[in-house]
Write a protein that binds this ligand. Sequence first.
Ligand code: ADP
Ligand code: MG
Length: 259
Amino acid sequence: MTAPAVELRGLRVELGGTPILAGVDLAVAVGEWVTVIGPNGAGKSTLLRAVGGLLPAPGAVSLFGTPINSLRRRDRARVVATVAQSPVVPAGMSVFDYVLLGRTPYIPALGRESTADLAAVHEVLDRLDLGAFGRRELATLSGGERQRVFLARALAQGATLLLLDEPTSALDIGHQQEVLELVDQLRREHDLTVLATMHDLSIAGEYADRLVLLADGRVAAAGPPQEVLTEALLATHYRANVRVIPGDHGPLVVPVRPR
Ligand code: ADP
Ligand code: MG
């Protein structure tokens, strides 16, 4: 049996003396897409940061069967790539140079990028229809274009596990679909594993194999979208009045004003 891409065993995280994650268990199979949902402040971003090795979580996180704290930084970067909720956009940096940053784990200290690194960047830019943007300054791109560039950097890194923290929150619905369809296509073609967080519950359910509902630092529910997106669970954990209606790719969640 192959080890899961992600395995969390009793993940606890405290920040500033406050418990944020209070014992989270989760396994994500290789090739699976799991999306973490939950109200603001539930700990979704914290969970992704712990999986990406950006927070200490001794013994609780394994990636592809290896405890994350036994992976060196460089090796970890070849396995897992994170697209943060609002990545810092370095001033004056071109799209090409930004995507080239994804090759850092392959470039020797004090060394220069190789022809292979440059070729990898060109390939990813073409793949994501960004070929014409290489020389553009990243800061001048639209939200949807920029999101594609963030993905490009993650893919150039060669990682097979993508951590996407609200990858589409800043996008209109057309660009949301475009980016998520692209991620799904890449996932199928390259056998990538996706662990994401998302606010839009209908979209979360349409793209994920499984949803994890996080509330107060714990897993309140987990399973296929139709088991997690229920009016009762959403009323309890979001204090939201919603109708859940069947859709072609999972339940659709419609907020309705309370009577
Ligand atoms: P989500 O992504 O689900 O909205 P986060 O993981 O960003 O939630 O945050 C979870 C909780 O942790 C929030 O209550 C937030 O205020 C708190 N938190 C985040 N970072 C820190 C920090 N550095 N120190 C103290 N509390 C923090
Ligand atoms: Mg967050």
